[in-house]
Design a protein around this ligand. Structure first.
Ligand code: C5P
Length: 206
């Protein structure tokens, strides 16, 4: 069984997916981390983030891989753990450039499709492109201000700056981020984390 949880940036997808996965006793898969890993490797190597061939060469060399766990995903490049470096503002700002490259999307999709079921898959296009056959699909939204307020608890930046960056990222992600026609759309604005998890578990009949 595959459950997909897509949504806009900072809509709480990771925390919600982790909570749902733990309640179901299965792992969750954070697809965004693979885009972030490609971005980090590109930034570290000083390559142009628009250059798909250069990025693919780096991915070939470093072969980053996702370790999907219910309590939080980790990313490895050989022996080196990349996880903690994947949520910097530098990676946030570059990742949408990388994520629009068809070659990079194909690389991420191929990694994801090798993972053994069952799992909760979290991202932008899990229910539309990567796992259209998923048994249940959800899509999370919330206003930019509410998302910025939530993210301000994790980053040393002020709310208006985070809000502006989120609006820019939403605009860039728009192409690949849309609810599947058969997804349940949840406005997380008025809900707590536990509330959103509860709505999804109820939707799954749990
Ligand atoms: O979910 P997260 O914020 O970690 O994703 C980082 C970025 O990766 C997104 O802003 C988006 O550009 C890209 N992404 C994507 N498709 C996915 C998951 C993430 O394009 N399925």
């Amino acid at each position: 069984m595959i459950v997909t949880i897509d949504g806009v940036a900072a809509s709480g997808k990771s925390s919600v997916s982790s909570g749902v996965a733990r309640a179901l006793g299965i792992p969750y898969v954070s697809s965004g981390l693979l885009y972030r890993a490609a971005t980090l490797l590109g930034l570290e190597a000083g390559v142009d983030l628009h250059d798909a061939q250069a990025l693919l060469a780096l991915l070939d060399t470093h072969a980053p891989r996702l370790e999907p766990l219910a309590e939080g995903n980790r990313v490895w490049a050989g022996e080196r753990e990349l996880t903690d470096a994947l949520h910097s503002s530098r990676v946030d700002a570059g990742v949408s450039v990388v994520a629009v490259l068809p070659e990079l999307r194909a690389w991420v999709d191929a990694q994801l499709r090798t993972l053994p079921e069952p799992f909760v898959a979290e991202g932008r296009d899990m229910g539309t492109n990567v796992f259209p056959q998923a048994g249940a699909k959800f899509y999370l939204t919330a206003s930019p201000r509410i998302r910025a307020e939530r993210r301000a608890r994790e980053r040393p930046e002020d709310i208006p700056a985070i809000e502006a960056a989120l609006i820019r990222r939403d605009a860039k992600d728009k192409v690949q981020s849309a609810p599947a026609p058969d997804a349940t759309v949840i406005d997380t604005g008025p809900l707590t984390l536990e509330g959103v998890i509860g709505v999804i578990l109820e939707g799954l009949g749990k």
